[in-house]
Design a protein around this ligand. Structure first.
Ligand code: XMP
Length: 512
């Protein structure tokens, strides 16, 4: 078992960032429920524990807590924000609601001998986001950092090995955050930093082999980088026991089915089955406009398609999917508690309760850019590696009106033009996603002296590292102009194109 750092999640929006920062230091980590039992933790080779932040106040009755026995495990514990307050309270300190919420950048003053701050400037910029703060520390605690508003912005309890910091080292606004986490992992937890992508591949392959044994697996293959990487991992682990299933759900982009099939048959020798199901999906989506309902119906119909395709295979026990961490965090609260459902990503919250398969999701703890790096390491074909993300529910979440064959045609034709024009731009590789959205609005136009009353297409073009946040991109005017004029001229049923200039947050990338 590799050395690893456990991150106990108390519902912070930053928990996933802590995980990726730890992995950036080549230390393997997992995000676990905050109430993970002490037995489970002691069964692993835990080198350190990080308690994440969270939206609760430790004095609230329903506040999430961890087992206080984590301090008996003999491993260093770092509490961040809520995690600091909880650790402090569990060890006898006091926490109060601060008179002034502290949100944003601030300077802390560092003092004392704690190796957590070794090599850190005595005054350094950090990112704060808290209402409560530690107000009093008992004997046994030392203050290691403070701000004007927060007398104990850093604390150390030498006897138990607990450290708390009120600020967030995982966000880039904390200028020396990476160094602080480095100190925790290496100077304090004594990690060796020997985790790498190739090691991840080796370990995952072995783990998949052990889990699957001699059973068969079907993989929902979309042709995106996530499910393609899962296919390569499974191919290494179980070879012929894998059958990939591409479900044509009728809400794909133009020619996508042929393209994906071609890319896979040209590059790999996987068992690949294509399910031809557009009619069933469109029937099930008829009249549905609620985004969550769309996702659920697509999720259910997708599983039916996989079952049908696997019906003649023996011993199929598992369904594999390319689920990533952002799918999980936005669909469900990973601790069954505080973080809100944003969207039921069809491969997580959109699945039926009675699945009929055990799920295998080897990338469930990872982010898209990490998966791309993994794909590169696994020599994934470049045309698959660099594909833009495309949501499982496809064009269904980009048609804000009812999904009909006509609406799909309109959006597909507009989508082709958007891609053709944008690919001419030198900045294209930096684009995360570029697509059109068909709006439930008809507007008046004039074409060849005739009045038109047609649809609107919104352009959505964003850059992002991992889909968790995104910025809209301002394309050169000539490209925008050719997209707009081509769509209005060539796509029957559209007489207006608008540009979406919203970032995530507060918007999301997809419109639904
Ligand atoms: P949002 O719209 O939540 O999207 O900002 C973040 C990223 O996730 C993709 N996305 C999905 N992917 N099933 C998926 O497989 C879904 O239901 C889904 N919804 C959004 C989206 O395209 C973007 O890359």
């Amino acid at each position: 078992m590799p050395e690893f750092v456990a991150i106990l999640d108390f519902g912070s929006q930053y928990t996933q960032l802590i995980a990726r920062r730890v992995r950036e230091h080549h230390v393997y980590c997992e995000i676990l429920r905050c109430d993970t039992s002490i037995e489970e933790l002691s069964g692993k080779k835990v080198k350190g524990i990080i308690l994440s932040g969270g939206p609760s106040g430790v004095y609230e009755e329903e506040a999430p807590r961890c087992d206080p026995k984590i301090f008996d495990l003999g491993v260093p514990v770092l509490g961040i924000c809520y995690g600091m307050q909880l650790g402090c309270e569990l060890l006898g300190g006091k926490v109060i609601a601060a008179q002034h919420r502290e949100y944003g950048s601030t300077e802390i003053e560092v003092s004392g001998e704690d190796p957590l701050f070794s090599g850190i400037n005595s005054s350094t910029t950090v990112w704060m986001s808290h209402g409560d703060r530690v107000s009093e520390i008992e004997e046994g605690f030392e203050t290691t950092a403070k701000t004007d508003n927060c007398p104990h912005a850093g604390i150390w309890h030498r006897e138990s090995g607990f450290r708390g910091i009120q600020f967030h080292p995982e966000v880039t606004h904390t200028s020396e955050g990476s160094k602080i986490l480095h100190n925790f992992l290496f100077a304090i937890c004594d990690c060796s930093g020997d985790w790498s992508l190739s090691r991840f591949i080796e370990e995952k392959t072995a783990e998949l082999k052990a889990t699957i044994g001699s059973k068969n697996v079907v993989l929902g293959l979309s042709g995106g980088v996530d499910s393609s990487v899962v296919a390569l991992l499974l191919d290494r682990a179980i070879g012929n026991q894998l059958t990939c299933i591409f479900v044509d759900n009728g809400v794909l982009r133009k020619n996508e089915r042929e393209q994906v099939k071609g890319m896979f048959t040209d590059n790999y020798e996987f068992n690949l089955r294509v399910v031809d199901a557009p009619e069933v999906f469109l029937e099930n989506l008829a009249g549905v406009t609620d985004p969550e309902e769309k996702r659920k119906r697509i999720g259910n119909t997708f599983i039916d398609g996989c079952k049908e395709a696997a019906a003649d295979l023996d011993d199929v026990e598992f369904l594999a999917q390319g689920t990533l961490y952002p799918d999980v965090i936005e669909s469900l609260s990973p601790i069954g508690g505080p973080s809100a459902t944003i969207k039921s990503h069809h491969n997580v919250g959109g699945l039926p309760e009675q699945l009929g398969f055990k799920l295998i999701e080897p990338l469930r703890n990872h982010f898209k850019d990490e998966v791309r790096a993994l794909g590169k390491e696994l020599c994934l074909a470049p045309e698959l590696l660099h594909r833009q993300p495309f949501p499982g529910p496809g064009l269904a979440v980009r048609i804000i009106v009812e999904i009909t064959a006509d609406n799909l045609d309109v959006l597909r034709n507009a989508d082709v033009i958007i891609q053709e024009e944008i690919e001419k731009w030198e900045g294209y590789p930096g684009i995360w996603q570029s697509f059109g959205v068909l709006l439930p609005v008809q507007t008046v136009g004039v074409m060849g002296d005739q009045r038109t009353y047609d649809n609107v297409v919104a352009l959505r073009i964003v850059e992002s590292l991992d889909g968790m946040t995104a910025n809209w991109i301002c394309l050169p005017q000539d490209i925008l102009a050719s997209i707009s004029s081509r769509i209005c001229n060539e796509v029957h049923g559209v007489n207006r194109v608008v540009l979406d200039i919203s970032s995530k947050p507060p918007s999301t990338i997809e419109w639904e």
